[in-house]
Design a protein around this ligand. Structure first.
Ligand SMILES: [Zn+2]
Length: 306
């Protein structure tokens, strides 16, 4: 598959899959971890002749595509151009079925995130439990050792609280109008409590009702997560996306209204340095903004690994 075709495939897959829950997954894999049905697709990455689909629990499905390999995208019920049983991988979500043909290898792995598997220290309260100790979480946030750590990282730190996945992390920060890179040391106790209480409420309501419940006033749709380039329900500004943190998970936020405790300098900021090939740039302003964020994030991760 040519590099340009690979990029176009990834762009199409992003449009169809990101933010959607997995309904069905067929792979040739008989061992190893697999993304679970019901988990949300967070990202589609494309590099070195491979396409990777990333779920919100950190699972990654990697498909190597040499000259003959490729991903096809079909609407539910649409007639396929190739026999369905010749697909190596099938990823089904609401409205769409993505199928991978002739991949030279298929693998799954989990993005390493040390904060999800703390080696030292005790786990924080599990917010999926109705009786979770909110004040204990707040105490742990107020006593967080690295005072310049971002609130986004702290919400994923299992030593502080357990159960807040990436979708809820973005949603509660939006709901509380807090900037995702706010330093934990700048937050007041009441603000920490509000974040934890909201996370607890959201996790509880989803436990009872499997359908997503989002921030107050926004029904049947998430407010920030998966909405890059779309208008914010509160202020009308365009929701943005970027990579952040040790595990480089994607973060969605509104630059218009999530301004509380906004740091002056973005952590690990690296200026845009990647050459742009006009061929790959979607002319829609929202798409361009998305590509800028992706390019910026890629610059960051390269910077961090050197
Ligand atoms: Zn907004």
């Amino acid at each position: 598959m040519l590099e340009s075709a690979l990029y176009r495939s990834a762009v199409a897959l992003r449009t169809a899959l990101i933010g959607k829950e997995l309904i069905r997954l067929n792979t040739p894999l008989s061992a190893g971890p697999l993304p679970e049905v019901g988990s949300t697709i967070e990202e589609v990455r494309c590099h070195n002749k491979s396409i990777e689909i990333v779920w919100d629990d950190g699972m990654v499905l990697e498909t190597q595509l040499r000259l003959l390999g490729g991903w096809h995208l079909y609407r539910q019920g649409e007639v396929w151009k190739k026999p369905q049983d010749s697909a190596h991988v099938v990823v089904e979500v609401d409205e769409w079925v993505a199928a991978c043909f002739n991949s030279s290898s298929v693998e799954t792995y989990r993005d390493f995130d040390p904060r999800r598997h703390p080696l030292l220290g005790t786990l924080g309260p599990d917010l999926r439990s109705a009786s979770a100790d909110i004040e204990e979480c707040v105490d742990r946030m107020m006593g967080y050792e690295e005072r310049d750590e971002t609130i986004s990282e702290v919400l994923h730190d299992q030593r502080i609280m357990v159960g807040v996945g990436n979708v809820y992390r973005c949603e509660i920060l939006w709901a509380c109008e807090i900037h995702p890179w706010a330093q934990i040391g700048t937050l007041k106790r009441a603000e920490c409590r509000e974040l934890v209480q909201l996370a607890h409420e959201m996790l509880q309501s989803n436990y009872v009702h499997p359908a997503h419940k989002s921030a107050e006033g926004v029904t049947h749709e998430l407010a920030a997560y998966g909405r890059q380039g779309k208008a914010c329900h509160r202020c009308g500004d365009l929701i943005r996306v970027a990579h952040h943190g040790e595990a480089s998970r994607v973060l969605y936020w509104c630059p218009g209204c999530q301004t509380a405790h906004q740091p002056l300098v973005r952590p690990n900021f690296t200026p845009l340095s990647i050459d742009r090939d006009g061929m790959y740039v979607d002319q829609h302003p929202a798409a361009q903004m998305f590509m800028q964020d992706v390019i910026s994030a890629r610059g960051n991760s390269q910077h961090n690994t050197h």
